[in-house]
Design a binder for this molecule. Structure first.
Ligand code: B12
Ligand code: SF4
Length: 427
């Protein structure tokens, strides 16, 4: 079949992000023998510039749309980014009668409400490699959709639970730079190539949407395959990578093996990753530095034990301090993240977290006021019990948890004040 894959992430919030998830699906479909065309829309003007000609010239049999962001998670002035995808769908419909399939991390959190809102024909929740191929097969053979894992339809909802392949090596590795037809200012060589080695997270933080996207069981590529793929990028001139794995340090043995592989392969690369502030020691940090880790996101979220416990975090502030000091010793830039306003938060705990972050002297800190509530999370349940949200609220429109008793204006002022007196801090 002729499959047009469209990345509909039209924003550059935080940084330009290459569509690695869409590239995974495109690689799997190409491997299965389909004729693939990829369009990477990186700003609204790209719709007429790149999508319209592709629709006219390629004449797809099916269109896949990758939905990454629903909103920007900013309680003060939330942007509902999903609305930007409506014109993308309208453009597809005006030039093509091909069925439209949605997928991607944003879509997977809201499989029914996003499908309804965008008025697409199908959605694949979770990983798209197997499900999209199977959907195409059934469309080609005019077969029923019953039992198709991860598939959602507007009328019948979910057909079966999402498919989680335990053998990630069974999928071809993606090339997020393949078929990149929307040039970025300054070229690609300076971009951080998003790179995934593991999927899933077992940590069960109370507010997290990852289970809906990747599941709770961690699945991995073999370190050898990951390193071979990194080498291909290096041979094409790319040296900067962003490991998009949820927690780089889990499991520790895997993180060590991956770093060893990078070092043994002599890859001269630099990279960023996210670290969970537990089960990490100096030996792993030293190995990460040797393998090219230049910066680490440390989402410690709070310094208050009651708040951390309500978030179901499995570390305390002394773990964070030890981690921060070890990263500093090995020359890894520390990017701290704090989430303010969740259950058990008080004015005192807000100030405690800010003071603690100041004492760490991190290179950068991002303070977020209010926690985005995602469906099927313990945080959503708490918000429902406290009547902050309606029982049947889909939560598709950005909705935030702010502990009762915490005044939003005070919190925003306190955050702004902390940002203004600390260089490298943002909100
Ligand atoms: C790494 C990451 C980042 C990095 C990206 C670095 C980089 N260079 O790529 C950084 C930190 C910069 C970042 C920034 C932001 N992020 Co972010 N990020 C992630 C994270 C952890 C992984 C995304 C990823 O790359 N996954 C790896 C790829 C391989 O998987 P995938 O994209 O899910 O693709 C699979 C499936 O979804 C599916 N699929 C994908 N496309 C398609 C298409 C079709 C047709 C089909 C059928 C299937 C399909 O198949 C793929 C392969 O299995 C996710 C959380 C998560 N666990 O998913 C959040 C996440 C995507 N981010 C999110 C957000 C909000 C943001 C920001 C807006 C935050 C901000 N205010 O700054 C920005 C936006 C950046 C931008 N310009 O778009 C939200 C999106 C939900 C929402 N509320 O909108 C998520 C889900 C986190 C969350 N809070 O829940 N992010
Ligand atoms: S560690 Fe990160 S990805 Fe895992 S559950 Fe917690 S917030 Fe989600």
């Amino acid at each position: 079949m002729r499959v047009l894959m469209v990345s509909a992430n039209l924003v550059q919030v935080n940084m330009s992000v290459l569509p690695v998830g869409m590239a995974c699906v495109a690689a799997a479909l190409e491997h299965a023998g389909h004729n693939i065309r990829v369009v990477n829309l990186m700003q609204p003007g790209h719709v007429s510039r790149f999508l319209t000609p592709a629709l006219k010239a390629f004449v797809p049999d099916i269109i896949g749309i990758s939905v990454r962001n629903i909103d920007d998670q900013n309680m003060g002035a939330p942007q509902f980014l999903l609305s930007q995808i409506k014109p993308v769908i309208a453009e597809c419909r005006s030039h093509s009668a091909a069925p439209i399939v949605l997928g991607g991390p944003g879509y997977s959190i809201f499989p029914q409400s996003a499908l309804d809102y965008l008025e697409a024909d199908f959605g694949i929740q979770g990983e798209g490699e197997w499900g999209t191929g199977e959907l195409i097969r059934r469309i080609e053979e005019d077969a029923a959709f019953e039992g198709l894992n991860g598939l959602w339809t507007p009328d019948r909802g979910r057909m079966a639970p999402p498919f989680l392949n335990q053998q990630l090596d069974a999928y071809p590795m993606p090339d997020p730079l393949a078929h990149l037809d929307a040039p970025l200012d300054g070229g690609y060589q300076d971009l951080m190539v998003p790179f995934q080695t593991r999927r899933g997270c077992p940590m069960n933080c109370s507010y997290c949407s990852t289970p809906a996207i990747e599941g709770r069981k961690m699945r991995r590529h073999s370190p050898r395959i990951a390193v071979d793929n990194l080498r291909l990028f290096v041979e094409s001139g790319f040296k900067r990578f962003f490991f998009v794995d949820n927690t780089f340090n889990f499991p520790r043995s895997y993180a060590m093996a991956l770093c060893d592989g990078i070092i043994e392969a002599g890859l001269d690369i630099s990279w960023q990753s996210s670290i969970y502030p537990a089960r990490i020691d100096e030996a792993l940090i030293e190995k990460m530095a040797l393998a090219g880790c230049q910066a680490a996101s440390v989402g410690f979220e709070s310094a208050n034990e009651r708040v951390l416990s309500a978030m179901n975090k499995k570390y305390g502030k002394e773990d964070v301090r030890r981690l921060s000091e070890a990263l500093y010793r090995h020359g890894i830039e520390r990017m701290g993240f704090i989430l303010l306003g969740g259950p058990c938060e008080t004015r005192q705990s807000v100030l405690e977290s800010i003071r603690f972050a100041e004492s760490l002297e991190l290179e950068t800190v991002k303070l977020t006021a209010g926690i985005r509530i995602y469906p099927s999370t313990p945080l959503a349940e708490t918000a429902r019990q406290k009547a902050m949200i309606a029982q049947n609220d889909s939560l598709l429109r950005p909705t935030f948890y702010l502990e009762s008793g915490l005044d939003e204006a005070w919190l925003q002022d306190t955050v702004a004040d902390a940002v203004s007196r600390n260089p490298g801090w943002t909100s």
